[in-house]
Design a protein around this ligand. Structure first.
Ligand SMILES: NC(=O)C1=CN([C@@H]2O[C@H](COP(=O)(O)OP(=O)(O)OC[C@H]3O[C@@H](n4cnc5c(N)ncnc54)[C@H](OP(=O)(O)O)[C@@H]3O)[C@@H](O)[C@H]2O)C=CC1
Ligand SMILES: CC(=O)C(=O)O
Ligand SMILES: [Mg+2]
Length: 648
């Protein structure tokens, strides 16, 4: 945007500058400063004369008083037009604003114009040099949690730099901002808490949720990630400490899908916690009570949903994240048709899981419906994947829903899900099959002969040597996903999977693992994580104005992701594109979703853009610094009252 309008601004500014320079300055300091500005050559790294330090009365809204010779500050002019631009934020406020700060990348000229000259060390750095500096700082820290704290501090100090660091080093930085380190951060949230980010709504705020949302200063929030902290990764109930998750997810929204930071809002709904350690911990930052449930809980969530719409509109996406199992399914059913919402653990995970399977089928060279799939864990993640598998089988294999379901078996904490179990929750019932009760996983794998085994139960190591060997006996290329997070909860490691199956396994994990050597070959583990999906879903929902996100979007996203897996990825054993290509992947998925929304006639952003790719890309956050345009550069853009009179 700015790239296009900048030449116009500069042309108009040149005319204005000529006009101004012919005027008489009432304040000699103004004349002096103006002359210095004209002689400054942008991009030239020169030391300014010391006398250029701007006196405090010439900073901020008193900086230039030249509006056609009238005694008006430029701020007054902009304020009148109701347009507060970055150019109006000067002095320390500029450096302290993480959205506008460039730290040492402010040029000497910008420092003079913004009244921050002398407030920074004299060196001027490029963003590339700053990124290298950040990597140097990160490299000195040994503990991943310290690295997390450093990155969060950077986010609070210089947003563009943080996101540039992430985008240039996704595979190194994502494990710090996201799983596994974000899990550690949640466990220690009380200890590492430093400054506000996002919104905490407690049970006691019931009846006042809208007022709390109004306290958040951004008027253009487009994506909210909300948790109630009940099931944080595979770490259980973390109460208010769960806030690390919405913050981490939204950092990925910006880094990987270009949703602007000011359009993102992390929210924690604190209804207490059943985590005894937190309840006893003097530095626990949440309300120190047992978790509330029932009618009052539902009323609070309902009030929250409506307050969001009232504050930011029907198109504001609300992503449910890491809610406990019961609430997650219930709330999704309740809100999915009437709000712009999805549950990432159910639907986002479904999409990434199916994408991995679709890519793996290019190795096994069969259809999804030719496989028997066994899910270990029948919770949000696996029920989500199972349901989307049914959809994928129907659309690909031309089989009935009933036949598709028969290909799918599930195990929960009580064993195999079979018809004779009468206590089953509604979401499990459609997967109950005729079989005797069974709890031993090796026996189940032996009996049912699955070719695909997917774990999401947060039971580390449950895919034992016996289970993996049996999978290898079942078929030539068994598919095994160990999706539980963080790393410590994985059902098996890639090393175990390759060794126990003698290299025949097609493996993916939810958290990152380094490459594995087996039998002279290096295997790269694909990360089956919903991070491949939710940023793209949010970008598409925002761009097209999708008001209700139906299940078909997640199948399309899965296909779009699978289509980006290259033969070279498969050859290395990875069924996902490399993490470093995540920004490109999210963009492509979002474009496919936007095209679909317009084709389906459910997009609400009108007129329909002809070039969807350009349309999506134009809305994405750019980590490059923008020139700090001084106030009098901006003047020609707006018409003063005198200009209006002249043009009449
Ligand atoms: N890779 C990714 O993108 C994602 C990974 N996950 C990870 O998946 C894991 C589970 O998450 P989610 O599905 O949301 O959690 P849920 O709590 O919804 O489900 C957990 C499931 O595991 C079952 N389970 C628990 N203990 C056992 C056991 N000993 N034997 C067999 N089954 C057991 C539970 O059984 P029961 O129903 O009987 O209680 C339940 O069905 C977490 O580690 C999470 O981090 C989640 C989302 C995305
Ligand atoms: C990845 C994710 O959403 C989870 O583990 O909960
Ligand atoms: Mg989650």
């Amino acid at each position: 945007m700015l790239k296009n309008i900048l030449p116009k601004i500069l042309k108009k500014s040149a005319i204005l500058l000529q006009k101004i320079s012919s005027k008489k300055f009432s304040d000699p300091m103004d004349r002096f400063y103006f002359d210095q500005f004209l002689s400054a050559t942008p991009g030239k790294d020169k030391q300014p004369p010391l006398t250029l330090t701007i006196p405090s009365e010439n900073r901020g809204d008193k900086q230039f008083k030249l509006v056609d010779g009238e005694e008006k500050s430029h701020l007054e002019v902009w304020a009148k037009k109701g347009d507060k631009t970055p150019g109006t934020i000067c002095g320390l406020d500029r450096i302290n604003n993480p959205g506008l700060n460039k730290s040492l990348a402010f040029t000497i000229e910008e420092r003079q114009l913004l009244g921050i000259h002398g407030l920074l060390p004299p060196v001027v750095k490029t963003q590339e040099q700053q990124i290298e500096h950040c990597k140097l700082r990160l490299g000195r820290l040994k503990d991943p949690l310290d690295k997390y704290i450093y990155l969060m501090d950077l986010l609070d100090f210089n947003e563009k730099l943080l996101y540039a660091v992430v985008r240039r080093n996704i595979s190194e930085v994502m494990p710090l901002l996201y799983t596994p380190t974000v899990g550690t951060a949640c466990l220690k949230w009380g200890l590492i808490y430093r400054r506000p980010r996002g919104i905490y709504i407690t049970f006691y705020d019931k009846g006042h949720v809208y007022e709390i949302l109004k306290n958040f200063p951004e008027s253009d929030v487009r994506v909210i990630v909300v948790t109630d902290g009940e099931r944080i990764l595979g770490l259980g109930d973390q109460g208010a400490c769960g806030m690390g998750i919405p913050i981490g997810k939204l950092a990925l929204y910006t880094a990987l899908a270009g949703i602007k930071p000011n359009q993102c809002l992390p929210i924690t709904i604190d209804v207490g916690t059943n985590n005894e350690e937190h309840l006893k911990d003097p530095i626990y930052p949440g309300i120190r009570e047992k978790r509330r449930t029932g009618k009052k809980y539902d009323e609070l969530i309902d009030e929250f949903m409506h307050a969001v719409v009232q504050r930011w509109g029907q198109n504001c996406l609300i992503q449910f994240e890491d809610f406990g199992n019961k609430n997650a399914f219930r709330l999704l059913e309740k809100y999915r048709d009437t709000f712009c919402t999805f549950n990432d653990d159910i639907q986002g995970t479904a999409s990434v899981g199916v994408a991995g399977l679709l890519a793996a089928l290019r190795i096994t060279k069969n259809k999804l419906s030719d496989n028997i799939i066994l899910f270990y864990g029948a919770g949000e993640a696996n029920i989500g994947i199972a349901n989307l598998c049914v959809m994928a089988m129907i659309s690909d294999g031309k089989i009935s829903e009933d036949t598709a379901r028969k290909k799918i078996w599930m195990v929960d904490s009580k064993g195999l899900i079979v018809k004779s179990r009468h206590e089953l929750e509604p979401q499990k019932k459609p997967f109950a099959q005729e079989h005797e009760k069974e709890t031993d996983l090796i026996q189940i794998v032996k009996d049912l002969k699955p070719s695909i085994l997917i774990g999401a139960a947060a039971c580390p190591g449950v895919f034992t040597s016996g289970v993996l060997k049996q999978m290898a006996d079942n078929c030539a290329r068994p598919i095994v996903f160990a999706l539980s997070n963080p790393t410590s909860k994985a059902e098996c490691t890639p090393k175990e999977a390759y060794e126990e199956t003698k290299g025949s396994v097609i493996y993916a994990s939810g958290s990152p693992f380094p490459p594995v050597e087996y039998n002279g070959k290096t295997y790269v583990t694909g990360q089956g994580n919903n991070a491949y999906i939710f940023p793209a879903m949010g970008l598409a929902a925002m761009c097209a104005g999708i008001q209700s996100i139906s299940e078909d979007y997640f199948l399309i996203a899965a296909e779009a992701l699978a289509s980006q897996v290259k033969e070279s990825d498969l050859a290395q054993g990875s069924i996902y594109p490399p993490i470093d290509r995540l920004l490109e992947c999210s963009t492509k998925i979002a474009i496919r979703l936007v095209e679909y929304a317009y084709r389906k006639k459910v997009a609400s952003v009108m007129p329909e853009p002809n070039d969807k790719e350009a349309f999506v890309k134009a809305q994405m956050y750019d980590t490059d610094y923008e020139p700090a345009i001084p106030i009098f550069y901006q003047m020609p853009l707006g018409e003063t009252d005198k200009d209006k009179k002249k043009s009449k």
